[in-house]
Design a protein around this ligand. Structure first.
Ligand SMILES: [Mg+2]
Length: 256
């Protein structure tokens, strides 16, 4: 068993923005008794708590769980006895925050590019907010944050719309990191922040060699949102869906 296993969230542990299944929750709880586990994704911490933590069994070994929201721009660890307010046992280890001014600049550029390319029409109704400031990241979701998964999957199956948005936003905002996140999302963070950054920081903090670490993701192919992981020395395992990930966890548990 690897000393650390890092999972992508959407498309890997769960369907886009959906909670993990009961079966997945049980498997994650099992693997948490054997090794350290991290989850990294473009979502905000609140999303991780809803999609993953809230679904885990009450006795899950959260001390072995690490959360890297906003693509690794922040890291949270579980602390049981701290002076933190009740219900918030997740301690921030670092966060590469964007200032409100930077967030405003990014939002303005996102709107301009959406309009210019015609890829997103802000006058059309959306499912929740399209642009969200997540402290260390600004995210633009074409159909809105709460859009149904089926619509999201159908929106940009071959990545062309996201690639077009990304290319145009990078031109306007070379001082930031611009990448595509989920099925309909463009994420902007401080320059140099990506999943590789988060993995470097976590491995360093835990004193675990990257070569002893396994990364599991559904978009490891070129241009996919797990691709940055290849800048690290971690081992990788590509999965096609959350049920594929369940089978992988089962085989890791059997082999250990
Ligand atoms: Mg994914």
């Amino acid at each position: 068993m690897n000393k650390l296993i890092i999972f992508d969230l959407d498309g890997t542990l769960a369907e886009s923005k959906q909670p993990i299944t009961t079966e997945m929750a049980e498997l994650v709880a099992k693997i948490l008794t054997k090794t350290r586990v991290a989850v990294i994704s473009g979502g905000a911490l609140s999303q991780f708590l809803k999609q993953v933590v809230a679904m885990l069994p009450m006795d899950a070994n959260l001390a072995n769980l690490y959360l890297l929201p906003t693509s690794g721009a922040a890291l949270y660890e579980f602390h049981t006895s701290t002076s933190l307010s009740a219900g918030n046992n997740w301690k921030k280890i670092y966060e590469e925050r964007l200032s409100e001014k930077e967030a405003h600049t990014i939002e303005t550029m996102m709107r301009a590019v959406a309009e210019e390319t015609g890829v997103i029409n802000f006058r059309e109704q959306s499912w929740g907010e399209r642009i969200e400031y997540r402290g260390s990241q600004v995210s633009m979701s074409a159909l809105g944050q709460q859009a149904p998964v089926a619509l999201k999957k159908a929106w940009d199956p071959n990545h062309t719309k996201r690639r077009m948005l990304q290319t145009h936003i990078v031109e306007r905002l070379p001082q930031f990191e611009v990448r595509y996140g989920g099925l309909t999302t463009i994420d902007v963070t401080k320059h140099g922040i990506d999943k590789a950054y988060g993995i470097h920081k976590l491995c360093e903090r835990l004193g675990i060699a990257e070569t002893d670490t396994l990364y599991v993701g559904d978009e490891l192919e070129s241009g996919g949102n797990d691709e940055a992981v290849y800048k690290t020395s971690v081992q990788t395992k590509s999965v096609a869906s959350p049920s594929d990930t369940e089978r992988l966890i089962e085989s890791l548990l059997t082999a250990s």
